[in-house]
Unconditional design. Structure first.
Length: 230
């Protein structure tokens, strides 16, 4: 997945931002030792951070159906991972580096997602776009000065590119056998045998069991005495 994003970025930068030039595109760490060996105009796309994009995480399952419309599997939703690239230009003159950064910025601002014509391998078969952002403020827990300090180099003008790659096929949940019509009819028969009458509860069953028994005779009520006034 990561190497396919590298190939797509290389093709995008070469075909759109650097067309007609002899500028090289590399993915090396821009350390002090590497910078001392650069002897030709170069654009460096250094991958410095990989983490999950929690804002794009979703819950639930999606159903997979066969030709008869029966659910055969349930799939978990894709999970997105952010690949952060530090983009720098390396030439002998700062003015030329700024021109290269301007071309790169205009190129990457042209779309909110990776162009489909540059996607290869598993990325080309994705039914989802591959979002990307350019030159956004860094998160609070990280600064570009810290990145340069970790590389041991001097602070240099750069562009921060973040590509959110959807990872499909993160898990499948098995499903049970479908409920058939025969099973539903069998359940109705069992209910009828248990209650005595279909749709009738235990109370109705007791009434039906006592329907043939003779009723008990009623006893006469005793006459009430009353006092007659003379």
């Amino acid at each position: 997945m990561i190497h396919e994003v590298d190939d797509a970025l290389r093709a995008l930068v070469r075909d759109d931002a650097l067309r007609g030039t002899q500028v090289s595109v590399v993915f090396d760490a821009p350390t002090r030792e590497w910078a001392a060996k650069v002897n030709a105009p170069t654009v460096n796309l250094y991958l410095y951070d990989i983490r999950e994009d929690m804002r794009r995480r979703s819950r639930g399952l999606s159903n997979e159906y066969d030709e008869r419309g029966t659910v055969v599997a349930r799939h978990r939703p894709p999970r997105y991972f952010k690949l952060s690239y530090l983009i720098t230009a390396w030439t002998r003159r700062p003015e030329d580096e700024h021109r290269l950064l301007s071309s790169l910025l205009l190129c990457l601002l042209g779309s909110d997602a990776m162009p489909a014509e540059h996607l290869t391998g598993s990325l080309a078969g994705l039914p989802l776009p591959v979002p990307m952002t350019i030159a956004l403020p860094p998160p609070e827990d990280r600064s570009f000065a810290d990145v340069w300090s970790a590389l041991g180099g001097e602070l240099k003008p750069s562009l921060d590119l973040v590509v959110s790659v959807p990872l499909v096929g993160t898990g499948t949940v098995p499903v049970g056998p479908p409920v058939t019509e025969e099973g539903g009819l069998r359940l109705g028969v069992e209910n009828t045998e248990r209650t005595g009458h279909a749709g009738q509860g235990p109370a109705g069953a007791r009434e039906a069991d006592g329907a043939d028994e003779p009723a008990a005779p009623r006893r006469p009520r005793p006459a009430l005495s009353r006092r007659v006034r003379e």
